[in-house]
Design a binder for this molecule. Structure first.
Ligand SMILES: *Cc1c(COP(=O)(O)O)cnc(C)c1O
Length: 227
């Protein structure tokens, strides 16, 4: 079913893709280096289906329960869809999260690293999800993420103590500050820890994030409209 809404979203998706390509050109990067995650949280299947039909394959959700209610049906018969968890993960939901998500962007504390390490061997015939460590670059007390001065030690613990393979880092800069210094800090931490993936940039700042090395941008409202 292509509704008027569906057309608006596929149009906005095309615009976001064009802006990503332009941002890559502007800083001498190859557009294929930046992967677009369409953040579909709060939107239901009739909103998401047109975006899938327009060719989008990476989607982000911030709640395990919401993803569980929507995605098994939406992705049935579409093995190339990738689901990314971009919201906090409680340790008691790790098993469910591993069954649903291909990538987890919010590894942010030792107890979660331990819970993941414990559950991963139980995954039979299913690839282990890729893992990114969330860094609280703005050191905001209400926000999840490892503090910048603790992140090197946390990465070492994940690798050495828990045997986790890490793909990269993720951050959500403070809403009331310029994002660029936060993106630059995340890139610096990733480089010194030998991590290649950088999940940074949302609807309001993804071009800035691309200029500073983003490999995943997480874009919601610029595609789906306001929540
Ligand atoms: C909601 C959300 C986004 C998308 O935000 P928009 O401003 O709508 O693009 C990106 N990242 C995280 C972690 C989110 O929770």
């Amino acid at each position: 079913m292509i509704t008027e809404n569906g057309e608006a979203m596929t149009h906005r998706l095309a615009q976001v893709r064009e802006r990503i390509a332009q941002a890559c050109l502007d800083c001498g990067r190859t557009p294929g280096e930046v992967r677009l995650i369409a953040v579909s949280k709060t939107f239901d299947a009739p909103h998401i289906t047109p975006v899938i039909e327009a060719g989008q394959r990476l989607f982000g959700e911030n709640r395990v329960q919401e993803a569980k209610a929507k995605w098994p049906e939406l992705r049935a018969g579409r093995p190339d869809i990738e689901l990314h968890l971009i919201g906090p993960l409680q340790t008691n939901k790790v098993r469910e999260a591993l069954a649903l998500f291909d990538v987890i962007h919010t590894l942010d504390r030792p107890s979660l690293a331990a819970a993941l390490a414990k559950e991963l061997p139980r995954l039979e015939g299913q690839p282990a999800p890729r893992l990114l460590v969330q860094v609280n670059t703005g050191e905001e007390p209400q926000k999840a993420g490892v503090a910048p001065q603790e992140v090197d030690a946390f990465i070492a613990t994940c690798r050495e103590q828990h045997g986790l393979v890490l793909e990269g880092l993720m951050c959500i800069p403070p809403a009331d500050e310029p994002a660029a210094p936060h993106f630059a800090l995340l890139a610096k931490i990733a480089a010194r820890n030998g991590l290649s993936a950088l999940s940074m940039g949302m609807s309001g700042d993804f071009e800035t994030a691309i200029a500073l090395g983003a490999t995943y941008v997480r874009v919601g409202s610029a595609i789906f409209g306001g929540r």
